[in-house]
Design a protein around this ligand. Structure first.
Ligand code: 6PG
Length: 479
């Protein structure tokens, strides 16, 4: 077998298969490998005409089919299967070869694998890939980490197969060393959870407070999709809401069990944020909302709890309310992205990744699940000022959120009065109000901590730390 393939893909489930086809359709010779060879041959049989595929059956054959330095993409389940594949291939590789992990790996695992393989001279590139099956085939957003040298030879290939933003820029960049790519993909998914939760809350408000049907709400989402909320998730929401179940003739959304599942990346985003001390309350509420939805016994046992009596809105009131919900959704969305970018910047500082936040926003403009017109404006905000302390410090976003706040509050008042749960909207508004507050009750918290545990506090008027002798004469001493 000649070593002619420019890239190899092992793990040919739907994401791996589509990624391999994407490389081939872009003119690259692609070596294929899968644990069960039947899948490899099926791919060639079905899609062989799309490009130059080299089907291989054993790990040795696969490695031998690759030109040097070898570029080997692994598309297997995150966790142990990834380690098993690395263990299988690493002994067959040489210094300078690259292993690219395109799964949703935890960035800490990516850091460990990168470190271990570096000793062998192998470049390990943890690459977040977003866009689902369609994205993998037609152009995903790609977030590669790993050694920067690997990007010299890998980058142009990834640029070719990636999605392109509206201005033609490829949706891929070298995010940073070791686990930076998977970290950014993790936060992408956390933001994805938040976006989906906020959209869900908007839907439920339009249904339960405004009284619209799923088909009418689909139309409202279609209209929103022509404005500043223009995004893939808003677009598909309209599709899902207008879909009618063939078996019952009911709206599809009414026949699906209301228990949201998750594979873990949103949860990781919150776990890591807790470790980094970054308040990602909107993302956390989205993760909790999914887990609450799954507690069927708890929900069943709580059905009889008292709630307010619903009051119907007139047609014109409903329409005005829908406009307010758009404001609340947009404002809350600004907050989730603010929190997500804060987490990326904190991760970057913690691990010395030097991540360019504007570049991250730029590569999320196309291909990925959270792609949105909005991301171009985030890119512009960071391009104008790379050290922006927060998205809310950008004048344009600050003005927009300021203009939305009255409606945002009104929507939450209606939600509370009508008993519609809106944890995402509420957490976002609380974050906004907390950030802009002159004084927070944290001063009282410090007083309590000092009272029961002599944990000390700092004063507003003097340097140093202090303790009050609460059990004595309540005089103050240095802490
Ligand atoms: C993407 C998606 C993808 C996947 C999520 C779904 O960017 O293409 O985020 O990675 O669909 O893992 O996550 P949950 O199953 O946790 O909702």
């Amino acid at each position: 077998m000649s070593s002619s393939a420019q890239i190899g893909v092992t793990g040919l489930a739907v994401m791996g298969r589509n990624l391999a086809r994407n490389f081939a359709r872009n003119g690259y010779a692609v070596a294929l490998h899968n644990r069960t060879a039947a899948r490899t041959h099926a791919l060639v049989e079905e899609f062989g005409s799309e490009g130059d595929f080299v089907a291989t059956e054993t790990a040795k054959e696969f490695v031998a089919a690759l030109e040097r330095p070898r570029r080997l993409v692994i598309m297997v389940k995150a966790g142990e299967p990834t380690d098993a594949v690395i263990q299988e291939f690493a002994p067959l590789l040489e210094p300078g070869d690259m292993i690219i992990d395109g799964g949703n790996a935890h960035f800490a695992d990516t850091r460990r694998r990168e470190r271990d393989l570096r000793e062998q001279g192998i470049h390990f590139v943890g690459a977040g890939i977003s866009g689902g099956e369609e994205g993998a085939l037609h152009g995903p957003s790609i977030m590669p980490g790993g050694p920067v040298e690997s990007y010299d030879s890998l980058g142009p290939m990834l640029e070719k197969i990636s999605a392109k933003a509206a201005d033609g820029a490829p949706c891929v960049t070298h995010v940073g060393p070791d686990g930076a790519g998977h970290f950014v993909k993790m936060v992408h998914n956390g933001i994805e959870y938040a976006d989906m939760q906020l959209i869900g809350e908007a839907y439920q408000l339009l249904r339960d407070v405004a009284g619209y049907s799923p088909a009418q709400i689909a139309d409202i989402f279609r209209t929103w999709n022509t404005g500043r909320l223009d995004s893939y998730l808003i677009e598909i929401t309209a599709e899902v809401l207008s879909h009618v179940d063939a078996a019952t003739g009911e709206p599809f959304v009414d026949v699906v069990q209301d228990q949201a599942e998750q594979k873990g990346t949103g949860r990781w985003t919150v776990q890591i944020a807790l470790d980094l001390g970054v308040p990602v309350s909107g993302i956390a509420e989205a993760v909790f909302a999914r887990s609450l939805s799954g507690h069927s016994a708890l929900r069943e046992a709580s059905r009889g709890l008292a709630g307010p009596t619903a009051s119907a809105l007139s047609e014109s009131e409903a329409s005005a309310f829908a406009d307010q919900v758009e404001q609340a959704l947009y404002a809350s969305k600004i907050v989730s992205y603010t929190q997500g970018f804060h987490e990326i910047s904190a991760g970057s500082a913690e691990y010395d990744w030097n991540i360019d936040l504007g570049a991250v926003a730029s590569i999320w403009r196309g291909g990925c699940i959270i792609r949105a017109a909005f991301l171009d404006r985030i890119r512009a905000a960071y391009d104008a000022r790379a050290d922006l302390p927060s998205l809310l410090s950008d004048d344009t976003f600050a003005q927009e959120i300021g203009a939305a706040q009255d409606d945002w509050r009104a929507v939450l008042v209606a939600a509370v009065q009508q008993g519609v749960p809106t944890p995402g909207f509420a957490a976002a508004l609380a974050y906004y109000d907390a950030l802009r507050a002159e004084r927070l009750p944290a001063a009282l918290t410090q007083g309590q901590r000092d009272f029961f545990g002599a944990h000390t506090y700092r004063r507003t008027d003097r340097e140093g730390s202090f303790h009050t002798l609460w059990g004595g004469d309540r005089s103050e001493v240095s802490g």
